[in-house]
Each structure stands twice: as C-alpha cells, then as structure tokens.
Write a protein that binds this ligand. Structure first.
Ligand code: HEC
Ligand code: HEC
Ligand code: HEC
Length: 135
C-alpha cells in the first residue's frame, strides 16, 4: 500500500468516526439526552420511606397500599424500618419530598409511557385543588 492511500484511509476513518459519534457529541454539547430518565431529588432531601431499590420497583404498590389503608381502614400512620413516622398521604408525604413532579415522576413516566391521573384530584403540597371538597 502506498503512503498517500494510507493517508486517505485514515482521513476516511476519522470522518466515519466523527459521523457515528455525532449523536454523542451533540448530547455532550447540548447537555441533555432525550432518552435517559433523570429523576431529580434535591440534595438535602431526607431518606425515602423505603430504600431506593424498593421504591424504584414498587412505589406504585406502596401507593396502592397506602390508599387502601387510609380509605378502607382509616389508618394513617406509617412507620419506616428506621423508626420514622409518616402520614400515609400522597400530597402531604410523597409530594413534600418529591415536589416537582415534572423533574421527578414525569422523568421516568414519560420514558416508560406511563400516564398518571393522580393530580386530577390530589394537589401539589400546600394547595387545595379548586372544586375539591377535601384536602
Ligand atoms: C422524607 C422524604 C421522602 C418521602 C416522604 C418520600 N420520598 Fe421518595 N425518595 C426520597 C429520596 C431522598 C430518594 C432517593 C433515594 C434515597 O436516598 O432514599 C427517594 C427515592 C424515590 C424513588 C426512586 C427514585 C430513583 O431514582 O430510583 C421513588 C420512585 C420515590 N422515591 C417515590 C416516592 C413515593 C411514591 C413516596 C410516597 C409513598 C415517596 N417517595 C416518599 C425522599 C422521600
Ligand atoms: C425511577 C423511575 C420512576 C420514578 C422517579 C417514578 N416512577 Fe412511577 N413508575 C415508574 C415505572 C417504570 C412505572 C410503570 C411500571 C409498570 O408498568 O409496571 C411506574 C408506574 C407508576 C404508577 C402506576 C401507574 C399505572 O398505570 O399502573 C404510579 C401510581 C406511579 N408510578 C406513581 C409515581 C409517582 C407519584 C411518582 C413521583 C412521586 C413516581 N411514580 C416516580 C417509574 C418511576
Ligand atoms: C377521582 C379523584 C382521585 C384520583 C384521580 C386519585 N385519588 Fe387518591 N384519593 C382520593 C380521595 C377522595 C382520597 C381520600 C382522601 C382522604 O381520606 O384523606 C384519596 C386517598 C389517597 C391516598 C391516601 C390518603 C392521602 O391523603 O393521600 C393515597 C396514597 C392516594 N389517594 C393515592 C393516589 C394515587 C397514587 C393516584 C393516582 C394513581 C390517585 N390517588 C388518584 C381521590 C382520588
């Protein structure tokens, strides 16, 4: 192989590499990737009511349990494994620590194509939804 052919091959390879890695560079420069969910939690937020692995996989079951316990049995207290006590409330507990549903819940749900209707009735912390007779 003659030396100037090698030069062309190397140039071609470099252009090829630049093209296939373009999406990566684009994301690195724009600072965001449209494909990876990035649920954000304020750094000073106290620990969750269960450990992270459990919450990641089972938060919907826990929410169901809480709802059933409050609505069917009138129980409102939840004790964590490390002895902290919480009110079993969607708005006043979960959303107190996870107040920004756009930057938290929706990060994963948009990715997983999950549509939630909870906010039709339940409100962001500290507010009462208009037309609703309860908190
Ligand atoms: C006292 C604050 C607090 C409360 C209350 C709380 N969380 Fe969390 N949550 C956290 C923190 C902090 C994390 C990050 C993991 C950790 O450090 O425990 C987390 C993690 C999670 C995760 C996993 C996120 C990930 O990146 O995988 C989910 C889902 C979640 N919480 C949902 C809920 C739901 C639903 C409720 C109500 C049933 C709730 N949390 C109540 C603070 C809280
Ligand atoms: C770490 C990613 C992640 C975070 C953060 C997260 N979710 Fe989810 N959530 C999921 C996934 C994935 C599913 C779908 C699970 C399935 O289909 O089995 C889901 C499902 C649910 C469901 C059941 C929906 C249905 O139609 O059955 C509820 C309720 C729910 N999430 C509530 C919340 C709330 C409220 C928050 C914010 C406080 C939250 N989630 C934050 C990943 C997340
Ligand atoms: C049609 C209105 C409506 C929708 C939609 C709704 N809820 Fe509720 N939810 C209620 C009412 C009413 C109560 C009883 C409030 C009470 O007794 O404190 C309740 C109670 C709860 C409770 C226990 C008590 C409390 O204060 O939080 C949880 C947890 C809960 N809902 C979670 C959810 C989740 C998660 C979703 C979405 C998947 C959802 N709800 C959607 C009306 C609704």
């Amino acid at each position: 192989m003659r030396i100037y052919d090698a030069g062309k091959i190397i140039t071609g390879l470099l252009i090829f590499l630049a093209l296939v890695t373009l999406p990566f560079w684009f994301n690195a420069v724009s600072g965001k990737s449209s494909h990876v969910p990035d649920p954000q939690i304020a750094p000073d937020t106290p620990r969750c009511v269960r450990d992270k692995d459990y919450m990641k996989a089972n938060h919907m079951d826990l929410l169901n349990k809480w709802r059933n316990q409050v609505v069917r049995r009138g129980e409102r207290k939840f004790m964590t494994a490390d002895g902290r006590q919480f009110d079993m409330s969607f708005s006043r507990t979960c959303l107190k620590c996870h107040a920004n549903q756009q930057k938290f819940c929706a990060q994963c749900h948009d990715y997983a194509a999950v549509k939630l209707y909870c906010w039709d009735c339940h409100v962001e912390p500290g507010t009462i939804k208009k037309g609703s007779s309860w908190r």
